[in-house]
Design a binder for this molecule. Structure first.
Ligand SMILES: [Ca+2]
Ligand SMILES: [Ca+2]
Ligand SMILES: [Ca+2]
Length: 298
């Protein structure tokens, strides 16, 4: 389409070109259209605005095309990456949830175990205190028993000393004195040999009756006891323990008869006749005995 062209317009009536007017001739109309000056100025402004708007629209379209062409792939890539990251985050989230559940289970188990251990610890503490109390009580009881034992030991020792003292007194009570001799009359019963050994242990020997006075003295004791008389070495030959022969004898009537091998002599102090109260007996018979110490005390 052919654009109208602007030409100077002359007045059709005067043939002069009017000031501020222009003449527009459209080819299809083959006729010029005249415009006044203000209207022509508006026309030019509209033209310029249309041209500017067209340019702006063109730039926008180009920009959109370029942006669409060049920016779509990075967006897809970005979208894909975001999707992958989302998936990975979701996977990580699930994994973390599992780990959290496992840790929670372990935490609960550890809590239960801790409570059990705490309960055991408390029970052991109570038991320890109980055992400690028992130990303290047993220790106190042991100390009391130990003190009692020491007291009893001391008391026993004192009683033993007292017993020895009393026995010594009793022994002294069995001591008799005649002339220059001291006599011990036993309370125990022993054989003739054992009796002699006990007398020797006391620093003496079985009594030897050297005189009628001594015979009378022994008869006054009114006991039955071994004397230091034997015929064990030679039957029928009586002698004293110091091997001296019997000079004055005080046998009972019919004695010594050596009945049942009687080789040891006794004095029967229950006899009425104090000068006829000896008898022979088997030496292993248990009897009281009389020891004599001539020179020193027992
Ligand atoms: Ca004598
Ligand atoms: Ca005899
Ligand atoms: Ca006899």
């Amino acid at each position: 389409m052919e654009k109208p062209r602007s030409i100077a317009v002359r007045s059709p009536w005067t043939g002069e070109l009017n000031m501020g007017e222009e003449e527009v001739i459209f080819p299809w109309r083959k006729q010029a259209i005249r415009h006044t000056g203000r209207y022509a100025a508006n026309i030019r402004c509209y033209k310029m605005a249309a041209v500017g708007l067209s340019v702006l629209m063109l730039v926008e379209i180009i920009t959109l095309c370029v942006w669409h062409t060049m920016g779509r792939d990075p967006l897809d890539t970005c979208n894909n990456n975001l999707t992958m990251e989302e998936n990975q985050l979701e996977t990580s989230d699930n994994s973390l949830s599992d780990q959290r559940d496992q840790l929670l289970t372990r935490y609960n188990n550890l809590t239960v175990e801790r409570d059990q251990l705490l309960s055991k610890c408390n029970n052991l503490t109570v038991e320890r205190d109980h055992i400690k109390n028992r130990y303290d009580n047993l220790t106190a009881e042991r100390d009391q028993l130990e003190a009692k034992y020491n007291n009893l030991t001391t008391e026993r020792d004192q009683l033993k000393k007292e017993k020895d003292r009393v026995l010594h007194k009793l022994n002294n009570l069995n001591l008799k004195y005649f002339s220059s001799s001291q006599y011990f009359v036993s309370t125990e019963r022993k054989s003739w040999s054992e009796s002699r050994q006990d007398c020797i242990k006391r620093g003496a020997d079985l009594v030897i009756i050297n005189s009628e006075e001594e015979q009378q003295f022994l008869s006054s004791m009114k006991i039955r006891a071994w004397i230091g008389l034997t015929d064990a070495d030679a039957e029928g030959t009586w002698k004293w323990v110091d091997n001296t022969p019997v000079i004055s004898a005080y046998w009972m009537p019919g004695e010594p008869n050596d009945q049942n091998n009687e080789d040891c002599g006794e004095i029967l102090l229950l006899q009425e006749d104090s000068l006829m109260n000896w008898n022979d007996l088997p030496c292993d018979q248990k009897q009281q005995y009389v020891c004599e110490n001539v020179t020193k005390a027992f």
